[in-house]
Design a protein around this ligand. Structure first.
Ligand SMILES: [Zn+2]
Ligand SMILES: [Zn+2]
Length: 359
């Protein structure tokens, strides 16, 4: 991706010399997510274009300069199917890391496919090979998990693990999920696994809502085909007139926040996970929507290595029963990458996958 608003180009890069503790992956699958659309529109600050997008990916170890240990302590071998936490170089000693408990805001932090420049090497998954530099948190994909399962969940699942932590769902809670993109769909599945009773999903279009029901939603409301009043009536009807205990915003829309706050019960909690970029202001009445409701509002930005590793455990335990793989609707070659990006932008499918080996 040479710059915002320009077609993605295919470029050749030299094979990197391996530093001790690094490895070269042969890419099996990567993805096109909402962040890539934001990158294409230049909506993220500080991106060192040109970049090789594809921040969550899976590859097979082609070459390595070991020994290298996976995050669980197991020795990595050539041929292993490797997945990795896209954030690296988090310093552990700055104010964000060591004091405020917000390592996702560390200034040294780099992210594969987003804030690593193509000038520095193969730091993204829309490429035949990915260079994992020393210190990247990696894991061997469990045998029970297919590449399609892993990348179907992809970055959305990792974000969803974080959002569920922030939501602190209790057994039998009634939960609202706004947005039926990859984050929303994964959040629905994790809310169900966390013991939620009623799970209301608001999103669009119809095929996403169908997938939302298969992920565990008990009530789906089509954003495009219903009024806000209708949706509110349906949510109150499904929750004994009180509203949901927990709302999770995964829509990235200021209007979603305005609506979500009206659908939560007194004493409830609201997690904002979808506003990864600045989508503008929401109109909130602090008395009516927060104070009088005794509402708790929590932000959720980025993810940490623990979310990535726990996402793997979730897949190991549940990918046979939860259709994470169905989020990845279609596989594209690098030659078709601009079509994949356009399809993702137009939300024609929940998620486009990239197989760089495909011709
Ligand atoms: Zn730091
Ligand atoms: Zn992503």
């Amino acid at each position: 991706m040479p710059a915002p608003h320009q077609p993605v180009e295919i470029r050749e890069f030299p094979e990197p010399a391996l530093e001790p503790g690094s490895m070269l992956l042969r890419t099996m699958l990567s993805e096109v997510c909402g962040t890539d659309v934001h990158l294409w529109h230049g909506r993220l600050a500080g991106v060192p274009y040109p970049i090789i997008p594809g921040h969550v990916s899976i590859g097979r170890v082609d070459k390595m300069r070991g020994p290298i240990l996976a995050a669980d302590g197991r020795a990595i071998r050539e041929g292993d199917r490797i997945v990795f936490y896209d954030v690296h170089r988090t310093c552990g000693r700055c104010y964000a890391c060591a004091v405020s408990g917000t390592p996702t805001k560390c200034a040294s932090r780099k992210v594969y496919g987003i804030t690593d420049s193509a000038r520095d090497g193969l730091f993204g998954g829309w490429s035949e090979a990915i260079y994992l530099e020393p210190g990247v948190v990696s894991a061997v994909l469990p045998d029970s998990v297919s590449p399609e399962d892993y990348i179907g969940g992809g970055c959305g699942l990792i974000t969803a693990v974080h959002a569920i932590d922030r939501a602190a769902i209790r057994l039998a809670d009634r939960v609202l999920v706004q947005g039926t993109g990859a984050v929303g769909l994964c959040t629905i599945a994790l809310a169900r696994l966390s013991g939620a009773s009623t799970i209301v999903a608001i999103g669009a279009p119809a095929d996403r809502l169908d997938l939302a029901r298969r992920m565990g939603a008990t009530l789906t409301l089509d954003l495009d085909l219903s009024s806000e009043d209708t949706r509110r009536a349906r949510v109150l009807d499904a929750t004994g007139g009180r509203g949901v205990d927990v709302g999770i915003e995964a829509a990235g829309s200021p209007r979603a926040v305005e609506e979500g706050l009206t659908l939560i019960c007194d004493g409830g909690r609201y997690v904002i996970a979808g506003h990864y970029t600045n989508a503008g202001a929401s109109r909130i009445n602090a008395h009516e929507h927060i104070n009088r409701k005794h509402l708790e509002i929590r932000g959720c930005w980025g993810s940490e290595a623990g979310h990535f590793l726990r996402a793997l455990t979730v897949l190991d335990m549940h990918a046979h029963a939860v259709p994470f793989r169905d989020i990845g609707a279609r596989v594209y070659s690098l030659a078709d990458i601009n079509t994949a990006l356009a399809d993702a932008e137009a939300m024609r499918l929940p998620k486009a996958l990239v197989d760089p080996a495909r011709s």
